[in-house]
Each structure stands twice: as C-alpha cells, then as structure tokens.
Design a protein around this ligand. Structure first.
Ligand code: GCV
Length: 721
C-alpha cells in the first residue's frame, strides 16, 4: 500500500509538471505565439509558397533573425523551413543588410534605402533573374531583425504576404525601459514579482529569461534598458557589479539593446572615497571620467546614465549650491568621448517650495533651455504631477524648444490598480502624444516635440517605467503585457493608433477570430476611461492611499509634506471641489502656450475631463450635460463601476477562444477589479459627500459600508512600496 501511495504521489507530481508548463507557456510567450495555421489560412496568406530562407550574413544578430524566422515559420506552417545560402532558388525569403546584398537585389530595393535610418527595414517582394523572393533588409543587421518580427506579425495576423513593400523606421532613437529594480531584487512600484536580474548568480549564470526578455523587446523595437532604480544605489558602479552588468550587456547586444545605469550623484563619496560630489570640483569630474572609462572598457556600447537628482531625497548638484545644468553637463562630459548619453530627469518638486507642485518642474527647468550639452536629454513625465490615471500633458513639452526632451511614461500601474486591474495604457499614451502644445503653432503635438520634428535635435527618445518582473507571465496580469507591447510600438512610432496596437496584440497573443477580437478590443479601449471614472473622474487626481497608492485615500491629510496628501489635490470643502490652477488660482495654466492656456483657463472651454485639475467649482456647478457637479461626479463613479461590469460580461463570453488558464486568470482579476471599482466609488463619494452635503443621485448605488470602514483599511505589505 505504501508503495502504491508513493507511486501515486510521484505520478501526480509528474502529471502536474507535465501539465503546468504547457499551459503556462502561453502566458510566458507573450505576443510571440506562433500557432499552427490552417491550410486555408496558409493558402490565403500566400505562405505555402515559401520554400526556404536564404541568409546572406553571419553576425550574431543575423543568426537570431534567421532562427526566429525559421522557428516561427516552421511552427506556423507545420513543416520545417530550410535555411540555405543559395539565392538561385525560387520563392525564398532573403535576409541580409545592405552591404551584403547582390547588386541585382540592391537595384530592386532602389531608393527605398534613402527612406530609412540605421534601424529601419524594408520588406519587399521582388523578382530577380526570374526568381521570386521576399527580401527583408535594412542598412544594418538590426534592421533585418526588426523586419523579421514585422514580417512574422503579418503572418500571425493572417495578413497575406503578397506583393509586399513595407518601408519602416523608428521615429525616435532612444526607446527604452526604465527598470526601478533594486539590487536586492525588490522592484519599486513593481507588481509582477521580483526583479529579473539575479545579481547574486551573475555573471556566471545566464538565466534564459534574459534572452527571452531581449527577444520580446527586440520584437517591438525597444533598444535600451536602464537596469537599476532611479532611486539609485552607488554599488552598481563598483567592479563587483559592473562585471554582472557586462554579462547582461553581452546578452542584450545582438538584440540591438544597449544597457544603461542609474548614476547616484553622491557615488564619488560613497564608493569613490571623495569628500564631496560637487560637480564643479575637478576631483569629482575626474572621478566620473574615470568611472566612465572603466565602464566603457567593459561595455563599449554602454548607453549612458539616467539620473534622478535633487528629487524626493536623492542627492544632486543642489546639495553643493549648483544646478541641474552643472550636474548633467559634468556627467555628459564624462561619457561624451564614448558616445554616451545622460538622461536627466525633470521630476522635481520640493517641500520647501510653497508653489503648486504642478508648476515646479517647469519653473526650475525652462530657464535652462539651450544650456545642456548635446548629449543630455531631459526626461519629462507625461504629466506635471505623477503618472495619474489622467493628467493634461506636461507644460514642459511646449516650452523648451532648444533642449531635447524625452517622454517618460509609466507602464507599471502604480496609480492604476497595480497588476490587478485591466487598464489598456496605450490609450493614455496616445492621448498625451496627440496633445497639441502649440509651441510652434497648431500641430506642434507632443509626439512631434519628442520625435524632434520641430527642434531637429539629434537625440530623441521615449522611456517607459517597466512593468516586468519574474512572474511566470512577466507582467502579473495577462493584459498588462499589452502595456509593454504598446509602449514599444508607440516608442517606435508615436503616431500609431492605440486601436491598431490592441488589434495587433490580441491577434498575436490570443486569436484572430473576429468574434473574439471585436468585443475584446472594445473592452480594452474602454478600460482606461473606466479606471479614470471609478478612480479620479473629471480631472481629480492623486487621491490614492498613502505610500502604496493602491485604492482610495481622499481623506489622507497627515503626511509630513503637504503635496503628498490627497487633500492638497482635491481641495474639497463645502463650497466645492478641485484645484484652481487658473489665473484666479496658482496660474499654472500660464505655463502653456497662449492657445492652450486660454482653453484650460476658461472654465467654459476647459475640457470636462480636466475640469477639476484646473478649476475649483461649486457642487452646484452645471456640467455640459445639465447635471450638477456633485451629481455628475457621482454618476461618473457609477459609470466606471458599470464599465467594469460590462468588461466582465464581455470577457465571460470568450471562454471558447482562450486557453483555460488565461481565461480564468482574467476572469478572477476582473472580479477583483469590479469589487475594487465599487470600493473606489463608495469610499470617494462618502468622503466627498461630507462636504457637498447632498444625496446621491438616482442611478448611483448606495455604499455597502461606512466611510469609517473604508478609512480603516490597511495594506501593510502592498507590493512595490
Ligand atoms: C522611483 C513617484 C513614485 C516613486 C518614484 C518617483 C519617481 O513618486 O511613487 O516610487 O521613485 O515617482 O518617479 O522618481
């Protein structure tokens, strides 16, 4: 009997191991699922013609491109595709960068090369010497790799690969993930497990994850990664850690990904034995120069440093009476001989500054316009406060024409329900990128500011605070994968429509079935507005609970710094609610170009989605739909809850299109999201009701608990904090 029990036990473990990875793999594979096509899809996609892959070069990157194409095509076609070097065969896919193309092929590509930069690619159906081919080429091998992913996406999406002429190139040059990963592997604002970087086992042990991470990034055109938290630890710059960074850089290099690090401004003191980190001291500047040399000796293509200075307690040049320009330019000099870049963050605000927090970064940085060295790019968050569910675009984007500015988005959902809530962020990103700054007249959109269209700056970029961790599915929520995907696609092309992104991602990740795609796409698009509605409608912001920022805390008023308290932002009182940033208030509207200023400043023209961001209005103020502000706000909270219910209904109908594991995961998460949407609604409305003194309008459900109950909720070990 004992043996039978033992054998049964062993068998169940075996069965568990056999069944677990197979289903979990779907999550792990992200959008790179190469499902076998049906014969009719193969015929209508014109892929049955493909007879082989011809590889013209032998670089590491080219090997990756070839492998990816061969594996993916073989999986999708259901039979192995051969790789050869013979161009004479008919119906092959030819891979090779410009320098290795035969004169005949180069001729048929013709002037298309003039339309791309070094990372761009061309996919073209051609006929050479009576043989048909699809050429995937670029000026460099990395372009070929990007071209391969783009070509495979077409097939994944059942688009016919016939008569192709695709010419595409990234519009920004730094497309980078910012990992807020600490050296102990915790991740600040990380909700998908621990950091991917296993510092203890590096450099000797190369986790397969590093390779898969690089592959996923390359597939969407991400070409840089900042490995460490902006709240930096100087130890990363010591030889002990640089050796580990070097190992990661070697893994990422053939995928076109450069490694960057965060530089703790006080590192010369902490690890260099100097008495000061004053950027004007020769010893300090030399220390950084030597440090840069040491890093570049190990990592010749090291990208550079990202710096958070004099912000939220981080050291910086101001500790020595110097300014941001002094600090950034000193570091810029250190990395310039090696082609390195300094990404200097503009996320600054001070408890000693009584000014509206939303105005402080602009006030501090705009006078520096034109003063930074050529290899400095200023990294600006999308809005002037901090990655809220909705913020008007940061006024700095319209105000520094002589300085390269890069966008900082947050992919991880610090203020948007962590990895528990389904919120499709490309919609938020698009809203910001499309906003018109009017810096140089109508049409100076944020996207044009950051892609350098107007400033003609050489340095351009978009950063996204990563949502990736060591969870099996990388991002915690299966749908949070699309926020990583969408970030990459928008960094490549800031003008891409978020609906296109949702469509691509769904087809590559789940299914091409229109009965699945159409409702789920709609659900995704609506999810962002739903979150705004149940968290911070009509321009409310920063009313999340203390520290962890999960859930509502509009009542919080006891934090040491005034601008850390939600009451600072909503300013609810018996007369009304909202932050007056118009001329009658802090005049933050004046930081925008006159056209935008006028729009926001006037309560009649201010978009209602931003109303309480810019105006303090009475509870009886009439909204455009005729509702009073109180009723309208309550109805928005209810609408958010209803929208999540609707998302649940839509998802519940998809069981037959999705594998069981992901179906259930999303189902459970949506159930939590629904409960928490109601929590947001009830807690906020009960709290604000104390000031409005008004009943809830018809259509808004009665709260299930008291305000005291909501206030009593505590989350001692909330992740990411
Ligand atoms: C890395 C917010 C976050 C912090 C983050 C900071 C920043 O304040 O709550 O966790 O610190 O932004 O962007 O530097």
């Amino acid at each position: 009997m004992k043996y039978i029990i033992k054998a049964f036990f062993k068998l169940s473990i075996l069965l568990f191991l056999v069944s677990w990875p197979a289903s979990a793999q779907k999550d792990y594979k992200l959008w790179l699922q190469y499902e076998k096509k049906t014969s009719s899809q193969i015929i209508s996609g014109y892929i049955s013609n493909i007879k082989g892959i011809v590889v013209l070069e032998n670089t590491e990157t080219s090997k990756i491109a070839t492998n990816e194409l061969q594996t993916a095509l073989s999986d999708m076609l259901g039979s192995k595709i051969q790789v050869t070097v013979k161009t004479e065969e008919n119906n092959t896919i030819i891979l090779g960068s410009k320098s290795v193309l035969s004169p005949e092929i180069e001729k048929v590509i013709g002037s298309d090369f003039d339309l791309i930069n070094d990372e761009g690619f061309i996919i073209k159906t051609v006929s050479v010497k009576n043989k048909n081919h699809i050429i995937i080429t670029g000026k460099k091998d990395i372009g070929v790799l990007y071209g391969v992913y783009s070509f495979l996406r077409l097939i994944q999406m059942n688009k016919p690969v016939k008569n192709l002429r695709i010419v595409d190139a990234p519009k920004t040059n730094i497309r980078i993930l910012n990992h807020w990963d600490n050296l102990d592997r915790t991740v600040e604002r990380g909700y998908a497990g621990f950091s991917l970087w296993n510092w203890q086992k590096l450099p000797g042990f190369i986790d397969q994850r590093y390779i898969d991470y690089a592959r996923a990034n390359a597939s969407i055109g991400i070409n840089g990664t900042v490995l460490t938290n902006v709240n930096a630890n100087a130890l990363i710059l010591t030889p002990q850690y640089l050796e580990k960074v070097e190992a990661l850089a070697s893994v990422f290099r053939p995928y076109g990904i450069k490694v960057y690090l965060t530089a703790r401004f006080s590192a010369p003191i902490e690890i260099g034995g100097l008495k000061t980190a004053d950027p004007k001291e020769a010893d300090v500047a030399n220390w950084w120069k030597n440090k840069a040399k040491e890093i570049y000796n190990r990592i010749p293509d090291f990208g550079g440093f990202l710096v958070k200075a004099n912000s939220e307690g981080q050291p910086g040049p101001q500790n020595y009476g110097r300014d941001h320009v002094d600090g950034a330019n000193m570091l810029a000099d250190a990395v310039a001989p090696f082609g390195g870049v300094i990404m200097w963050r503009a996320f600054v605000y001070s408890e000693h500054d009584a000014n509206d927090r939303a105005k402080q970064a602009y006030a501090e940085f705009v006078p520096y316009d034109g003063k930074f060295k050529d290899n400095v790019i200023v990294q600006v968050k999308n809005g002037a406060i901090d990655f809220q569910p909705r913020e008007p675009f940061h006024p700095m984007f319209g105000a520094m024409p002589k300085t390269p500015l890069m966008m900082e988005f947050q992919i991880t959902q610090e203020y948007l329900g962590f990895s528990t809530h389904l919120v499709f962020l490309p919609k938020l990103f698009q809203e910001v990128l499309e906003a018109d700054t009017y810096q140089k007249g109508k049409g100076t959109t944020v996207s044009k500011v950051i892609d350098g269209s107007f400033t003609k700056t050489k340095l351009t970029g978009i950063a996204g605070v990563s949502n990736v961790g060591n969870d099996l599915n990388w991002t915690g929520h299966p749908f949070a994968q699309v926020n990583w995907y969408g970030f990459g696609r928008l960094a490549w092309n800031p003008n891409l429509d978020s609906e296109v992104i949702a469509d691509e991602w769904l087809r590559c990740t789940f299914s091409n079935d229109e009965n699945f795609i159409n409702p789920i796409k709609k659900m995704m698009i609506e999810s962002r507005e739903a979150a705004v509605n149940y968290m911070t409608p009509l321009g409310l912001h920063h009313i999340m609970d203390t520290g962890h920022h999960y859930g509502p805390g509009p009542w919080v008023s006891n934090l040491s710094r005034p601008e850390w308290n939600p009451v600072y932002y909503h300013k609810a009182d018996k007369n009304g609610i909202g932050f007056d940033r118009s001329k009658t208030g802090t005049n933050a509207t004046a930081q925008y170009a006159p056209e935008v200023e006028k729009l926001f400043d006037n309560v009649e023209t201010c978009p209602e989605k931003d109303l309480l961001w810019f105006h303090h209005l009475s509870w009886d103020y009439k909204l455009k739909n005729g509702q009073t502000l109180w009723n309208g706000m309550a109805l928005k909270y209810q609408e958010g809850v209803n929208q999540v219910k609707n998302m649940q209904n839509i998802w519940n109908k998809t069981e037959k299109y999705v594998d069981e594991e992901r179906f259930k995961e999303v189902q459970m998460l949506l159930e939590i999201q629904y409960k928490e949407a109601k929590w947001w609604r009830d807690a906020c409305l009960l709290y604000f009701q104390q000031y409005s003194g008004k009943e809830l309008p018809a259509g808004v459900e009665k709260p299930s608990q008291s305000l005291d109950y909501f206030k009593s909720l505590k989350f001692p070990f909330a992740p990411g904090n």
